[in-house]
Write a protein that binds this ligand. Structure first.
Ligand code: AMP
Length: 116
């Protein structure tokens, strides 16, 4: 069940601000408030969904394609393709998800290191 009062839903409704780097009809990308790398961007679809699986199972193809095309556009605009980057999505309790609106973390700008 999607929680309409989660913090990213509030950002999408412009009830609270974010440091936006890209927005279109389907997606919003903004800087993480507590960056874990020199570049740490969060990308979210505007479609209300809690996890990647929720998004892929319930959004239509236009939403899904547009969101992932926007991920590539942001990666291209940040000029991080050559040096590399890491994409992470935390899902549910075991995944350590804190905000229950599906988001991709884009980490880059330095060597990110091993996951564990
Ligand atoms: P997760 O554990 O994958 O749910 O990550 C949630 C992320 O959202 C964390 O990296 C937080 O630093 C980030 N975050 C929480 N509130 C905000 C906010 N208001 N603006 C930007 N990033 C946020």
């Amino acid at each position: 069940m999607y929680d309409k009062n989660n913090i990213f839903a509030k950002i999408l409704r412009k009830e609270i601000p974010c440091d936006k780097i890209y927005e279109d009809e389907f997606s919003l990308f903004f800087k993480d408030i507590n960056p874990q790398a020199k570049i740490h961007i969060l990308g979210i679809p505007k479609f209300p969904c809690t996890t990647l699986s929720d998004f892929l199972n319930n959004a239509d193809n236009e939403n899904i394609l547009s969101f992932f095309k926007s991920v590539q556009l942001v990666i291209s605009n940040l000029d991080i393709e050559k040096n590399g980057y890491r994409l992470i999505t935390n899902s549910g309790d075991d995944g350590g998800q804190e905000v229950p609106h599906f988001h991709l973390h884009i980490l880059a700008g330095e060597k990110i290191g091993r996951l564990r």
